[in-house]
Design a protein around this ligand. Structure first.
Ligand SMILES: Cc1ncc(COP(=O)(O)O)c(C=O)c1O
Length: 302
């Protein structure tokens, strides 16, 4: 029995995926978090860290930019803790995520999808502008605040280490802010330096196109800017994934394996499957399924 919905965050299942590989692959079902994504963990951690430091006071306002899931998480947490929440999101975000943020009572400001995070019209710049106009507001700033990665170092990494009883050999996660892959990855490498940490990136991102980004469909994923949240020292390999490969896998996952993941889950599963294809049965790979396909039904990807 939990005393609060916030205590229901984390402890998500780790389930074997019967990919046709010798390698053992397990999916960490982050979409079973109460807000529906891995971002519940980092949002709660960042908000409670700000409360402890006195950066966020009772009755205050939280403002942040989000591709959707961080916004859902902040809206859910803000609702139960009594904060006003304003989320800026890109027009690329699914209608389901936008409506979910509103369902939790948060205000949403939609901004054009831009290739560069510094674009004054983009959701990050707009969030900063809004926060600057509201006295006593707090911006978690998930894209640039290293507390984001600390959350996954403190919560997700240890959970995976315990669930695999220290047998994990490979860790796969999508890189958006980079918090999940570098935070949990750092913890896992500290336990066993031989653990390989693999980040999945959008093939059209700033990083993977070497500075010539093009639009892509996968939401929440893609290294499009330089930030201390993404720790390249932790990541062994960055695998670029095309929209086509991610979308094909996202369609296969529910039909073949009963896993209704979102777009980044398709990319992560494709990257994990192709990387693990030639690995031996000694392999214990863990991949993060960051959110649910239910958040993208209107995009007709299934
Ligand atoms: C569904 C989904 N997967 C992956 C990510 C990337 O996670 P991170 O920002 O920790 O790199 C995000 C980020 O918003 C996301 O929403």
């Amino acid at each position: 029995m939990k005393n609060s919905i916030l205590q229901a965050i984390g402890n998500t299942p780790l389930v074997k995926v019967p990919f046709p590989t010798e390698a053992n692959v397990y999916a960490k079902l982050e979409y079973t978090n109460p807000g529906g994504s891995v971002k519940d963990r980092s949002a709660l951690y960042m908000i409670e860290n700000a409360e402890r430091k006195g950066l966020l006071k009772p009755g205050g306002t939280i403002v942040d930019a989000s591709s959707g899931n961080h916004g859902v998480a902040v809206a859910m947490i803000g609702a139960i803790k009594g904060y006003k929440v304003i989320i800026t999101a890109s027009e690329k975000s699914s209608i389901e995520k936008i409506q979910t943020i509103k369902a939790y009572g948060a205000e949403i400001v939609l901004c054009p999808s831009t290739s560069f995070i510094e674009d004054p019209q983009g959701y990050h710049s707009v969030a900063k502008k809004i926060a600057a106009t509201i006295p006593g507001s707090f911006m978690p700033d998930q894209y640039f605040n290293v507390v984001n990665a600390q959350a996954h170092y403190t919560l997700l990494g240890p959970e995976i280490w315990q669930q695999t009883e220290g047998k994990i050999t490979h860790f796969f996660a999508a890189a958006g802010t980079g918090g999940t892959v570098s935070g949990a990855g750092r913890y896992l490498k500290e336990q066993n330096p031989n653990v390989k940490v693999i980040a999945l990136d959008a093939a059209n991102s700033f990083y993977s196109t070497k500075g010539n980004p093009k639009p892509y469909k996968i939401e929440g994923m893609g290294i499009d800017f330089t930030s201390p949240v993404m720790n390249y020292d932790i990541v062994d390999t960055i695998v670029p994934v095309t929209d086509e490969d991610a979308l094909q896998m996202v369609k296969d996952l529910p039909k073949k394996y009963g896993l209704l993941g979102g777009l980044s889950s398709g990319a992560v599963a494709w990257g994990t499957f192709t990387y693990c294809a030639l690995l031996s049965k000694e392999t214990c790979a863990v991949m993060i399924l960051g959110d649910s396909g239910r958040a993208y039904l209107s995009k007709n990807v299934f």
